[in-house]
Design a protein around this ligand. Sequence first.
Ligand code: BGC
Length: 511
Amino acid sequence: MAGGGFAVVGPVTGINNGKITLSVVITCIVAASCGLIFGYDIGISGGVTTMPPFLRKFFPSILRKESGTKPNIYCVYDSQLLTLFTSSLYLAGLAASLVAGRLTKILGRRNIMLLGGSTFLVGAALNGGAVNIAMLILGRILLGFGVGFTNQSAPIYLSEVAPPKWRGAFNTGFQFFIGIGVLAANCINYATSKHKHGWRISLGLAIVPAAIMTFGAIFISDSPSSLVERNKLEQAKKALIHIRGKDTDIEPELALLIKNSEIAKAINEEPFRIIFQRQYRPQLVIGMIAIPFFQQVTGINIIAFYAPVLFQSVGFGNDSALIAAIILGMVNIVSILVSSYAVDRYGRRILFLQGGIQMFITQVGVAIVLALTTGTDGTKHITKGYAILVLVLMCFYAAGFGWSWGPLSWLVPSEIYPLKIRPIGQSMGVGMNFATTFVLSQTFLSMLCHFKYGTFLFYGGWIFAMTIFVALFLPETKGLPLDMVHTVWEKHWYWRRFVQSKPEDTINHEY
Ligand code: BGC
């Protein structure tokens, strides 16, 4: 078989492409709920790091800086140690996601979700009970392992289990739960911020989302593809009947999964080496490098970690800063629902392009407002009116992210890899995402301190570049069964030179 790699030989008919059963919905809700722990952590760390009792206990130097006269708003929170608290999770997540690729292949997607949930649970307990910074960081490392495992396994599980026609909508469930996690965390932070031990409650309550998703994962079966890959054919058949419905003929789908798994196994090479082969260049460039990297340089985490800090330093009080973060979280959730509705109807590309343009305009807008109001050195106090304008711009930004780079950065990579390289591809992508988040969060506060409002222009520049990238290099993948996605490269003006397959390797399929 030339270039096409995993193309299926001969016509495949009779696969039910669009039927939605109650069990597939429940199964996917459980898998998508893995996003809860990631979201909860993102939301909680941004808020906790503005709580005076937390800072007093672990980072007293920041409080001293804050109480200094006429502080520079861009530099108040510039502490390497404080950033390490937030970003240590991403280093650990990076390590775990790389191991997860190999583990999901051996243990299955479902078991890796379980492993991730349990590890996160222990990390949450350690953080809630932390008496020193070592416990705090150790807890965060365990939380990082947890999200490393779940972020690797849940998106591919969702893409494998969902009916192809609605794969986009089902997969966006992952980002939806991330959004719920962020919002829940923001509300909890708001409620606990008045208490002396509020930070402890906020951090410790991470046990709840971890328990929800771990408990749910106990009751779902592994994805049929993963079961077939691990030679559990009977279980795969049962799982397929369960999710596709008793009155659906699952034999054609099962046959296709078996065939693809055999083709994948026949290639007796390390998946880690295979991904560098020429024929997988599109998956390598788009799924493992560009999308995860670009998602982070939209600046989303900077806004998420930093929204409460930013609003506080641009003139909102402690409470209103958290309220502002809650507003952003709600906008985000609604916009993810918009994405769920649109992604299988209008496609991935249009959402990426529209969202990109919207985020670009708003990042530039924030930079301009901050430059004009806080002065180039950042010492002028921003008026309430302008602070609200910043909030409105950020809401538009959050909406743009919520229907584009948020959910689609989990969806598109998970659907473009052929079975053989799916676990490793997803691992590399999550690793790339976390590595970028780590570098950005580690450098953001000093960047803000030095480049001031220019920091937002920096992200605006990246958003511009990624929107052009999507326009030129990302083909549409909506509606195609996973095993057919490879055909999009063959028709693409640029990628087709890497993946040329003989005409008989492709199948005629009606969608
Ligand atoms: C990203 C996170 C981000 C979150 C915001 C996720 O898709 O990977 O980095 O914090 O969305 O909701």
